[in-house]
Design a protein around this ligand. Structure first.
Ligand code: NAD
Length: 420
């Protein structure tokens, strides 16, 4: 079992889990059942390319556990996706869903592909064939997919349509993050970034930082990063840095967030926007700011970067942006950077995905105000629990958040027992 899941990202999820397991004094022989996924599916995804060739892509789906309900989690289209990374992301989803008290286990999927290198027609072929390969393993009560890096509302609509064509009826509850009008919910598009900004404001309150005139740097300018930037800017925070996979910009006087969002909507990337504000990708993270929000990929804050950070708050929009070694460096620094850990900070996405699933099952849709109000109340509940637990046990926010998540999954497994 152990050798099935390898690579630096799974190693990181495993190391984090053992820190929590030690903290919770979980017996050694109970640990593997909590950590290793229930199921991992690997498929070949063959498609017709526009030039007439056939190409085969590797597709993955990991269902970490089904103890509390269906698996729930995004689908990532990125070149370096592998089973270890997907398994790690599924494990983190489990602790995230449990922390938010959602009736789900963690899931995650992906295809090893650069989506920017495909035409729209090829992207549709890939999305539909991937879902078709997954039909025997997913279902509204088994595993519910959502968007993640490299996927979006359109791809979710193709997933839903493909699954529905096979069932002979429309099954909107098979995926979340769909377009509004095809069973999607109002507020899902901005939910994750809105949550990141909302919790960054909670942290600013705790540190007595006035948002008006405070500064933020956002790494990753896709769904999560752009909405986090808009949410922060809406309450007076000056966005001094933004980056994506093509460029990083920094300007101490502030960047025009709306203009940058329009540019990305039009061209798909930040690259080429300006020659003046360009900065190196690593240096970018180390500029002074109040809030640093990594909203792109895993492991961008390593021990070296952690030593040089000049922010006061890290708001983890991405999954797994901070390595365990960096966590140790942050704990040792005497300026106490306040970390809002990923499973709390980016939970807005899965919380509103849960609302979408509930609305689809009931075929009864809510107003945007109702969605956002319920989202903020849910985030506040988790925030309160994490901060109180960290204070009570004298542990980091990450340890507190993960301890609550792991404990909930463990309790559910214990009360259900081990069959046979
Ligand atoms: P996205 O595909 O919409 O955007 C990703 C962004 O990151 C793009 O701007 C891309 O250019 C940038 N990027 C990629 N590699 C980079 C690098 N090395 N350096 C700088 N920028 C880079 O994806 P998203 O949905 O915004 O997801 C971003 C992160 O948030 C991922 O870690 C994802 O797992 C996590 N997340 C997403 C959601 C959601 O609802 N979409 C929910 C929870 C967590």
């Amino acid at each position: 079992m152990k050798s099935l899941y390898s690579g630096p990202v799974f190693q990181m999820a495993r190391d984090q889990f053992h820190v929590i397991a030690d903290h919770l004094e979980i017996p050694e022989d109970h640990r593997d059942r909590l950590l290793y996924p229930k199921r991992a599916i690997v498929v070949s995804v063959p498609i017709h390319m526009d030039d007439g060739r056939q190409e085969v892509f590797a597709g993955f789906r990991v269902q970490h556990h089904l103890t509390l309900g269906p698996a729930k989690g995004g689908t990532r289209f990125a070149p370096n996706v592998d089973i270890g990374e997907i398994a790690a992301l599924a494990v983190w989803m489990s602790w995230k869903c449990a922390l938010a008290d959602l009736p789900y286990g963690g899931g995650k999927g992906g295809v090893a592909v650069d989506p920017h290198a495909l035409s729209l027609n090829e992207l549709e072929n890939l999305s539909r064939r991937y879902m078709q390969e997954m039909i025997p393993f997913v279902g509204p009560r088994v595993d519910v997919m959502a968007p993640d890096m490299g996927t979006n509302e359109q791809i979710m609509a193709w997933f839903m349509d493909t699954y529905s064509m096979y069932q002979g009826v429309t099954v909107p509850e098979i995926v979340t993050g769909k377009p509004v009008g095809s069973g999607g919910t109002l507020g899902r598009r901005e939910a994750t970034g809105h949550g990141v900004a909302f919790l960054a404001f909670r942290a600013m309150e705790a540190l007595e930082i006035n948002p008006v005139g405070a500064t933020a740097i956002i790494q990753g300018f896709g769904n999560v990063g752009s909405h986090a930037a808009l949410g922060l800017a809406a309450r007076g925070v000056k966005i001094v840095g933004v980056s994506d996979h093509t460029a990083a910009y920094y300007d101490a006087d502030g960047l025009p967030v709306r203009e940058l969002c329009d540019r990305v909507a039009k061209t798909g990337e930040l690259g080429g926007w300006s020659d003046e504000a360009v900065i190196g990708a690593r240096e970018f993270l180390e500029q002074p700011c109040d809030v640093l929000a990594p909203c792109a990929v895993e492991r961008v804050i390593d021990a070296d970067v952690a030593r040089r950070l000049k922010c006061r708050i890290i708001a983890e929009g991405a999954n797994g942006p901070t390595t365990p070694e960096a966590d140790r460096v942050l704990a040792e620094r005497n300026d106490a950077i306040f970390v809002i850990p990923d499973i709390l900070c980016n939970a807005g996405g899965v919380i509103v995905s849960y609302f979408e699933w509930v609305q689809d099952l009931q075929q009864y849709f809510w107003s945007k105000d109702e969605v956002m109000d319920r989202l903020e109340r849910a985030l506040d509940r988790s925030w309160g629990m994490v901060v109180a637990r960290a204070k009570r046990d004298l542990v980091s926010n990450r340890t507190a958040a993960m301890a609550i998540g792991v404990e909930r999954v463990r309790k559910a497994k214990q009360s259900r027992g081990l069959f046979p």
